[in-house]
Design a protein. Structure first.
Length: 273
């Protein structure tokens, strides 16, 4: 059995299927991990959702910020943004079934000697603590009152984690770390404006995985979210968002031997970044 972790798909269904063909992925034997952002900006988000859902327990996906954005838009708490490509899902006959399935996906997964999140982990969090905090958000999404969490989910505050945070401030901060963070300070203060080259950083901030003495550094972490970073395999992390939706590649990591397999996207790249 092989486990393949794949970077941000973002609706690039044909690229996903061709990459799986290159991997010789056998759903009867192999398993698939996806770092989140299954949907949006690409042309075939509906097909991606249906395909990953059809794999059942053979696929594990963690939620990304675009997946959560779909839930918020579907719930009527936000409008689609420029460049969004969610309309086919919102009008699909199986829309409610797909959204119900999506809400039951993880925000963090640990297995086979790896941890997987969409964006990152605070340097102050151990793997055990991060997994427990992710579980709090997963419980909120699966609760009968999940709509209220979606209504309150957006926002950049609090910008720093404290164990004493409560209520929706606590859930929002956990969600922002796991699905939106790229940079933080040594003390764990978050910054969300920077999306570009990691060589041009605001003063006092670093990529979260570069923070010295981060408590989760002994476990290899697989993540996506940062297309401008591209493929990165240092600091005991594996960054797999290689910008497929922007016309670059979709990348898979085979966990057993850390082999990298890529498919260059041959379609028309999205114009919105």
């Amino acid at each position: 059995m092989a486990i393949y972790a794949i970077g941000d798909v973002q609706g690039c269904y044909s690229a996903l299927r061709r990459l799986l063909d290159k991997c010789r992925f056998d759903p009867a034997r192999d398993r698939l991990w996806l770092v989140g952002d299954l949907v949006n900006r690409g042309p075939h988000s509906l097909a991606v959702l249906r395909f990953v859902k059809s794999l059942g327990k053979r696929a594990i996906t963690v939620l990304g910020n675009h997946d959560l954005h779909l839930m918020v838009v579907a719930a009527g708490h936000a409008k689609q943004r420029h460049g969004d490509t969610l309309e086919a899902i919102l009008r699909a006959r199986d829309r409610d079934e797909l959204l119900h399935w999506l809400r039951r996906q993880k925000l963090m997964h640990v297995g086979a000697g790896y941890a997987m999140v969409h964006a990152g982990l605070l340097p102050q969090w151990s793997i055990k603590k991060a997994l427990a905090l992710a579980g709090e958000v997963e419980a909120a999404l699966q609760d009968d009152d999940y709509d209220e969490f979606l209504r309150r989910m957006y926002g950049n505050k609090p910008e720093r984690w404290r164990d004493g945070l409560r209520g929706y401030d606590r859930l929002r901060c956990i969600t922002n770390v796991l699905t939106r963070m790229r940079l933080c300070t040594d003390a764990g203060r978050l910054e969300f404006a920077h999306k570009g080259n990691p060589a041009e950083l605001p003063r006092g901030y670093q990529p979260w995985f570069k923070i010295a003495r981060r408590r989760n550094r002994s476990t290899p972490v697989i993540f996506g979210h940062w297309a401008s970073l591209g493929l990165y395999t240092g600091s005991n992390v594996f960054a797999l968002d290689t910008g497929c939706v922007w016309g670059r590649e979709l990348t898979a990591l085979r966990l057993s031997d850390r082999a990298l397999i890529q498919h260059a996207y041959s379609g028309r790249p999205s114009q919105a970044q």
